[in-house]
Design a protein around this ligand. Structure first.
Ligand SMILES: [Zn+2]
Ligand SMILES: [Zn+2]
Length: 294
């Protein structure tokens, strides 16, 4: 059976997909500029990805799955609840902003700019924007315009920093995202395959059928497959950073190498919510603030 083209939904979807990629690319320079604009484009794209994937799942796929595998459907729904719960919690949790200077261990008083002038504190430890002497491992984010304790990085997809207060939640979120993406890719592929196998005989029919009837499903499948690659990469990077006691914002100055045993201990401590042994580093020698990674 040869299926004719009956509409241009697929062509429009491909056009929009390229339009989206072009828009994202156009906003790249904002990351490198010093304008300190928050950049909601990536955060909006990410939120749209989550809600469109869920809509696609409930509108097109899940009912189909429910007919055959009820228990599996309930498991999927639990995953969605977990995803949304952790996502909103992450958006609402403070990454722990630094509001006061570090404390002198000998005298017990907070450092001031006088300590910087007298050379007791390194000039690179003073944040000109927040006007505080940064505690150890704190870093200034020029996009949030604020210093954060143990800042890891500024997450463009959440439009906020990942710091001491949110890093565990962030890793949990990545984990839940990865599980949800794997489930989506598996179920949508199975759904498309089952649908096609009913009436399609040759390869041309598959292409035409995709363009005619399953535009929403295959575009979301594509989006989730690409996002899964990013998510797994990010998860692996986070695991490696945490085990080695690094923070992305300050890691280029780290100079010690932790032992294998210390790395394992760090992962366990992180999972249990205990203190991670940080890799010692020098604070930005000779570099003005704002040059460091955001
Ligand atoms: Zn600051
Ligand atoms: Zn930030």
């Amino acid at each position: 059976m040869v299926i004719p083209f009956t509409n241009y939904r697929g062509v429009v979807a491909v056009g929009l997909l390229f339009g989206l990629l072009k828009t994202i690319q156009c906003h790249n320079p904002r990351i490198k500029s010093y304008c300190r604009w928050p950049n909601p484009v990536y955060a909006g794209m990410f939120a749209a990805g989550i809600f469109n994937s869920l809509f696609c799942m409930y509108h097109e796929i899940l009912y189909y799955i429910y007919m055959k595998y009820q228990l599996f459907t309930i498991m999927c729904m639990c995953q969605h609840v977990a995803l949304l719960t952790v996502y909103f919690k992450l958006l609402l949790t403070d990454p722990e902003a630094c509001t006061s200077s570090s404390v002198d261990e000998d005298t017990g008083r907070a450092h001031s700019i006088l300590d910087v002038a007298e050379g007791k504190v390194s000039t690179s430890d003073y944040c000109q924007q927040c006007e505080i002497v940064k505690p150890r491992y704190a870093h200034h984010c020029r996009l949030c315009n604020c210093c954060f304790h143990e800042m890891d990085h500024h997450c463009l997809l959440l439009n906020k920093c990942v710091g001491r207060g949110t890093q565990r939640l962030f890793v949990l979120f990545l984990l839940i995202c990865a599980v949800n993406m794997v489930t989506f890719v598996m179920l949508s592929t199975w759904y498309l395959y089952t649908e096609f196998s009913i009436f399609i005989v040759d390869a041309r029919d598959i292409v035409v059928a995709i363009f005619n009837y399953y535009v929403f499903v295959w575009t979301m499948l594509l989006g989730n497959a690409v996002s899964l690659g990013w998510c797994m990469g990010m998860l692996m990077t986070q695991m490696w950073m945490i085990s080695n006691g690094y923070l992305i914002a300050t890691m280029s100055n780290a100079h010690t190498k932790l032992t294998y045993r210390q790395c394992i201990n760090n992962l366990i401590a992180f999972a249990l919510g205990n203190r991670v042994e940080r890799n010692a580093y020098e604070a930005w020698p000779g570099k003005p603030y704002g040059i460091a990674p955001v």
